[in-house]
Every structure is written in structure tokens, then in C-alpha cells.
Design a protein around this ligand. Structure first.
Ligand code: NAD
Length: 286
């Protein structure tokens, strides 16, 4: 197996399938259509939404970024969501977070029509994971799904493997624990109150870091027998410029079997999964 697990070869190998699926659906007169709702001009959100649009363009899907003003009223915001939720020509809806302060109390998770929920956060889509879903034909949260796609591509068999996940957020840690458990991994979920974290990570076969503390995981957290695999989900902006993952990549890479880099690791897989979910949503709607 390669030491550095980049997203690019995974996406290159899968993109053809998505493009083909998209054009088959197109030939039946229905273009896969995603509406991304972006409120305000948060720099990170603008970049993320543009990347999602670029990827949709690449596979022949239609993606519109609906740009709403930073000071839009709650009533108008909800009306816009309702409009795309109920439009038959729209297959996927995504609300880019964070929302401005005056809208941040809204539970966007359950606001999107579950059949169009390409983020996979709606309770009814999460319930599929509770019921044992393997992330194939339902709308599964994108980062967990992207990690699974990487495992499949790089031949990482999860069955019986001890996976330690650091982080228990609703968008990454929790759904990831369910998804990998459904693939017969033995999952330990760690978080900010976990004791003996180093002992846990050292005992794992696979470690997935998703806590948002840049370069926290240094050589002390891993064995040095080149047998462990690390997926680094974290993305943090550094004060000196640039971004870093949760792992000290350069310090630890030689003691591991394999590791995903930041950038160009898990991040692009998340966008890829959005496109997968969009086509899944469209297929389900037919
Ligand atoms: P979050 O920020 O909501 O929560 C962080 C989690 O990490 C919590 O569950 C907390 O208990 C745990 N944690 C925090 N500090 C810890 C510590 N010192 N030790 C152990 N556990 C600790 O989590 P999130 O939204 O899942 O985001 C996590 C990171 O992943 C962020 O850097 C975010 O930017 C990144 N992210 C990346 C992608 C991607 O596509 N690569 C997608 C989503 C999030």
C-alpha cells in the first residue's frame, strides 16, 4: 500500500462512474440538480461552496449557489429553503454552515428535505446508520462516506480492525463510528474527556483524528512499527498562514504504515461524497 493516501487517485478512479451515471440520468431528461444555500460571505464557506460547484460541473451535474444576504430575515431564509425543498426539479439541497449569528439557532439538520439531504445529516438519514446501513444506497454523511471510499480504494479491510476515532461531532465522529461499526470494525470513540488517549491510539490498527487541534498527534501517540494507518480529518488555519491537520504529518509519517495528508487527503473526499449523494438522491427520486 502507498504510504501517503491521497484523495486524487481515488477520485480519478471513481469520477468516470459518477460522470457516466450522471449522463445516463441526463439522457432520461433529468439533470442532477443541487442547490447550495450560502448566507453571507464567510471566506471558508465561499471556498467550500465553489469547490462543490466545480466538482458538480466536472461530472455534468447542475449546481447553483444561492447567495443570500448576510442580514436576510429568518422568515425569508426559511422561505428560500422551503422553495428548494419542494421544487421537483431539485434533487439535492445543502445549507452551507456557519450561518450568521441571528440564524444560528436554527436546526438546519432537519430543515432540509431528507430525500434531498446530500449532507446526510437529517435524523432520518442518520437512522439508516443506526439500523446498520453500510453507506451505499442511502444519503450518508459525506466525510465518513469519503473515508469509507478511501478504504475501499486502498484495500483497507475494516473487518475486525480496532479503529480509534478522536472526535464525536454529529457531522464526523458519531456517524463515522456507526458506519465503520457496520463494516465490522471494532470502534472506540475518544473525545476531549478521554483518559489515556496515547495508550488508546497506540493500541489501534486505524486511527482517525477529527478534533480540530492542529498537529496535536505527534510521534508519542503512535507505535513505531509501521503497522498503523491514520486518517487525518482535521483542517485548521495556522496563525502563520496555511492549513494543518490534527497530526504532525512530517514527524509521524515514517513510523506509520500509511497516512492521509492535509490538504489533499480526506477533504476532497468529502466533496466527492456530496456528488455521490446527489446522484443517489436523484436516483431515489425516480
Ligand atoms: P467539532 O469541532 O464539532 O468537535 C471536535 C471534537 O473533538 C469533539 O467531539 C471533542 O470532544 C473532540 N476533541 C477536541 N479536543 C480534543 C482533544 N484534545 N482530545 C481528544 N478529543 C478532542 O468537530 P468536527 O466538526 O468534526 O471537526 C473536527 C475537525 O475536522 C475540524 O478541524 C474541522 O475543520 C475538520 N473537518 C474536516 C472535514 C473534511 O472534509 N476534511 C469535514 C468536517 C470537519
Amino acid at each position: 500500500m502507498e504510504k501517503i493516501l491521497y484523495a486524487k487517485p481515488v477520485i480519478d478512479s471513481e469520477v468516470e462512474k459518477l460522470t457516466k451515471k450522471c449522463s445516463e440520468l441526463k439522457s432520461s431528461g433529468k439533470v442532477a440538480t443541487l442547490k447550495v444555500i450560502l448566507v453571507g460571505q464567510d471566506q471558508g464557506s465561499v471556498i467550500y461552496t465553489n469547490n462543490k460547484k466545480k466538482f458538480c460541473d466536472k461530472i455534468g451535474a447542475d449546481c447553483e449557489i444561492i447567495k443570500l444576504s448576510e442580514d436576510i430575515s429568518e422568515k425569508d431564509f426559511l422561505a428560500k429553503v422551503n422553495e428548494v425543498n419542494t421544487n421537483d426539479q431539485v434533487h439535492g439541497v445543502l445549507i452551507q454552515l456557519p450561518l450568521p449569528k441571528h440564524l444560528s439557532h436554527i436546526d438546519t439538520t432537519n430543515l432540509v428535505n431528507p430525500a434531498k439531504d446530500v449532507d446526510g445529516f437529517h435524523s432520518s438519514n442518520i437512522a439508516c446508520l443506526f439500523r446498520g446501513g453500510k453507506g451505499l444506497d442511502n444519503l450518508t454523511p459525506c466525510t465518513p462516506k469519503g473515508i469509507l471510499t478511501m478504504c475501499n480504494y486502498y484495500g483497507i479491510d475494516l473487518e475486525g480492525q480496532h479503529v480509534v476515532i478522536i472526535g464525536r461531532s454529529l457531522i464526523v465522529g458519531k456517524p463515522l463510528a456507526l458506519l465503520l461499526g457496520n463494516h465490522n470494525a471494532t470502534v472506540t470513540q475518544a473525545h476531549s474527556k478521554t483518559k489515556n488517549l496515547k495508550e488508546l491510539t497506540k493500541s489501534a490498527d486505524i486511527i482517525i483524528t477529527a478534533c480540530g487541534t492542529p498537529k496535536k498527534f505527534n510521534s508519542q501517540y503512535f507505535r513505531d512499527d509501521q503497522s498503523q494507518i491514520v486518517f487525518d480529518v482535521g483542517i485548521s488555519r495556522l496563525p502563520e498562514g496555511g492549513i494543518a491537520g490534527d497530526c504532525d504529518f512530517h514527524q509521524i509519517k515514517d513510523q506509520l504504515k500509511a497516512i492521509t495528508p492535509v490538504p489533499r487527503g480526506v477533504g476532497p473526499m468529502t466533496i466527492f461524497s456530496v456528488a455521490q449523494n446527489l446522484l443517489q438522491a436523484q436516483e431515489n427520486s425516480l
